[in-house]
Design a protein around this ligand. Structure first.
Ligand code: SF4
Length: 426
């Protein structure tokens, strides 16, 4: 039987979908292209913005239309956030619990043809364990080390749909990491909903620092990337480790969200702009050329033109090497949805455009500063004409020759051809 899987949203979803692919493969199912006519469709949804909701619904409807006789499974954050939603044609509904039982549910449905709904009023306090030994779809392997968030930023629905912070047991992370390296992965990306919070629910001595300290010792592992980390979680110990261990990628994704203290406070973020700036200069002292990327929300309720300009100038001053820009999206059930002074959509759109333009300028500047420099690149895609991949500092590189996927090679950057850096092998 053919299974088609579509994944929306973040790296945690990517990890979970990969895990699900492995579960089906082990049971003899064939993983097929989602565009094909399949017997089973699985849509791993996202609800972080209104756009994610719309896209999740669109993909579910597409699957129902493509093969009305197929078993359709809708799972993940959008389903968890809309427990009362009934979508005609969907046979199995799973939220953010019991994803590891998906094959069982599909087989039960195929036998009985009775729809299955597995939605609970509360998510578990325990980490739902998943383990991947080989990550087929990506050259760099993700490891989900953590789930849940208790930060309750006022705009964000995620703490309500992902539940409390819970971590994968320390030994299991190390075991999984070793297996992924044995299967040929040279780079690992630590992912979670709130990765920096790793270990807070485990033993006292376990945290992201102790995990990184153990991971850097793994033989043949060349690069460890943290998918995203809050500025407040970059402790002195972690910064010291980054200083001493070149195996930790020259790239940190540190969400800023707003460049003014007024909006940060309204967002219930746990830092101010001074704190953010000082930490960044500390990091740049130990890694002067590090790539720092970020997320910024524009048009948050109460953001005046002046406050937006402050955010714009702050981003310019920090010199991010990329800004992921999100126009504020009202999420029902969050405090910010009820805030006064909501910003009209056309203004949000203009501000997003302006910040995306700034991001492009900064990206090109960062990239250009590496021309004639030698770097290592992990090859992710390859065809007869060219290969592409990312460097440790997350520059997207294109080389005009065919190189085997997952190879880590040395290159020299020749010129900028946005969004790529054109490089030659050395
Ligand atoms: S840290 Fe804030 S933005 Fe991130 S998932 Fe938690 S509540 Fe949402």
């Amino acid at each position: 039987m053919k299974v088609g899987i579509y994944t929306l949203g973040c790296k945690v979803n990517t990890y979970e979908s990969e895990y699900i692919k492995n579960l089906f493969t082990k049971k003899g199912y064939i993983i097929s292209d989602y565009e094909d006519i399949c017997d089973i469709y699985i849509i791993n949804t996202c609800t972080v913005t209104n756009n994610s909701d719309n896209k999740s619904m669109k993909i579910i409807r597409q699957a129902i239309k493509r093969n009305k006789d197929a078993c359709i499974v809708a799972m993940g954050c959008f389903i968890e956030a809309n427990k009362n939603l009934s979508i005609e044609g969907v046979n199995i509904l799973i939220g953010n619990k019991d994803k590891s039982k998906i094959v069982e549910y599909v087989e039960e449905y195929l036998k009985t043809k009775e729809n299955i709904i597995k939605l609970y009023s509360n998510l578990d306090n325990e980490f739902e364990n998943m383990e991947i030994n080989a990550f087929e779809s990506h050259a760099r392997a993700f490891i989900k080390v953590q789930d849940g968030c208790e930060n309750f930023c006022t705009y964000c629905i995620i703490p309500y749909v992902r539940g409390k912070c819970r971590s994968k047991p320390f030994d299991l992370v190390i075991k999984e990491a070793k297996e992924l390296v044995l299967s040929g992965h040279k780079e690992l990306v630590l992912t979670g909903i709130h990765t920096g919070n790793y270990g807070r629910d485990l033993d006292k001595e376990i945290n992201l620092y102790s995990l990184l300290k153990e991971l850097v010792k793994i033989d043949n592992l060349k690069l460890i990337r943290i998918s995203s980390i809050e500025i407040t979680e970059l402790t002195d110990e972690i910064i010291e480790l980054i200083k001493n261990e070149k195996i930790i990628a020259d790239h940190l994704h540190i969400p800023l969200q707003a460049g003014t203290d007024e909006i940060l406070k309204l967002m219930n973020r746990k830092y101010d702009t001074n704190y953010y700036k000082e930490k960044i200069s500390l990091i740049r002292k130990i890694r002067p050329n590090i790539s720092i990327t970020t997320d910024v929300i524009v048009g948050f309720p109460g953001e005046t033109d002046e406050l937006f300009d402050q955010t714009y100038n702050f981003c310019k001053e920090i010199k991010f090497s990329k800004i992921h820009v999100f126009p504020y999206s009202v999420r029902t059930g969050t405090p910010a949805a009820k805030f006064k002074n909501q910003v009209p959509n056309n203004i949000k759109k203009n501000r997003a455009k302006k910040l995306i333009e700034l991001s492009e300028i900064l990206e090109k500047e960062y990239l250009t500063s590496f021309i004639d420099k030698k770097l290592e690149v992990l090859i992710e895609t390859s065809n007869t004409d060219f290969s592409t991949g990312h460097t440790s500092n997350f520059i997207q590189v294109k080389i005009n020759e065919q190189i085997k996927r997952k190879e880590l090679i040395e290159i020299e950057i020749v010129k900028e051809e946005y969004p790529y850096a054109i490089a030659k092998r050395v």
